[in-house]
Design a protein around this ligand. Structure first.
Ligand code: PEP
Length: 254
């Protein structure tokens, strides 16, 4: 079963209008030549509109897509500071991250809240990118699969396995995010295969079409080896997504 590779750049809390313009000009130029891989760009909320306009004028619509880094649990109302899934969809977002480990660790998002955000995003027509990952302590305790299984089950229970036909999963070991320490291709493949097996136990077709991205210190020099693994369908890139040459060479590695 062929799955279209995807590389998503999570800019986190970085950027300004000048940087957005420069980065997007380079990405859009390069994207014209990278036709097998879908690229997603996930800037902070204030730059979504600017990125969308640049994408629109490039005419690369289906190939370069807009994503957000977070979404509110609420659709509307007295929730100061929140941004709803409907608003993201109206701004042109196609993807939204749910359950990034920084949201879980720094903002206390629980498995249940992440699962609720998964549902809220899909209801607005967005594709959630469900992030899963274990801490170093959990890996060393030998409970990686138990942790990933629990995080995944929360979303399956809430949304149903069929919902994964319109979703992406990202495996991001917490100990590899922003640390320069990457999971080995074998370590990553093992967890990706576990995620696919877990879904396949419920629906083999959805599992075989599901794109599972790896994230955690992916760089131009380790991308190809990771992307060569059978169950790794692309990458969720943090630090290297802020440097056009690095991000583009990661896209090309795929
Ligand atoms: C991330 O923030 O999702 C990430 C993978 O970051 P980095 O590539 O910097 O490890």
């Amino acid at each position: 079963m062929s799955r279209q590779p995807l590389v998503a750049g999570n800019w986190k809390l970085n950027g300004n209008r000048t940087m957005v313009r420069g980065l997007m000009d380079s990405i859009l130029d390069a994207a014209a030549e990278i036709d097998a891989t879908e690229i997603a760009v996930m800037p902070p909320y204030p730059f979504l509109g600017q990125v969308q306009e640049l994408m629109d004028s490039s005419g690369l619509g289906e190939r370069v897509r807009l994503g957000a880094q977070n979404v509110s649990l609420y659709d509307e109302g007295a929730y100061t500071g929140e941004v709803s899934a409907g608003m993201l969809a109206e701004t042109g977002c196609h993807y939204v991250l749910v359950g990034h480990s920084e949201r879980r660790a720094l903002f206390g998002e629980s498995d249940q809240q992440v699962a609720d955000k998964f549902v809220v995003a899909q209801r607005a027509g967005l594709q959630p990118v469900l992030c899963l990952g274990e801490t170093l302590e959990q890996r060393e305790d030998g409970i990686t699969e138990a942790v990933i299984g629990r995080q995944l089950e929360a979303a399956i229970t809430q949304a149903g396995v069929a919902a994964f036909a319109d979703a992406v999963v990202a495996y991001e070991p917490v100990w590899a995010i922003g640390t320069g320490r990457t999971a080995s291709p074998e370590q990553a493949q093992e967890v990706h295969a576990f995620i696919r097996r877990t879904i396949a136990d419920m629906d083999a077709k959805i599992a075989s079409c599901l794109r599972i991205l790896y994230g955690g210190s992916v760089k131009p020099d380790n991308a190809a080896e990771l992307f060569n693994q059978e169950d790794i369908d692309g990458g969720l890139i943090g630090g290297a997504a802020l440097k056009a040459t690095d991000f583009i060479s990661i896209c090309k590695a795929l």
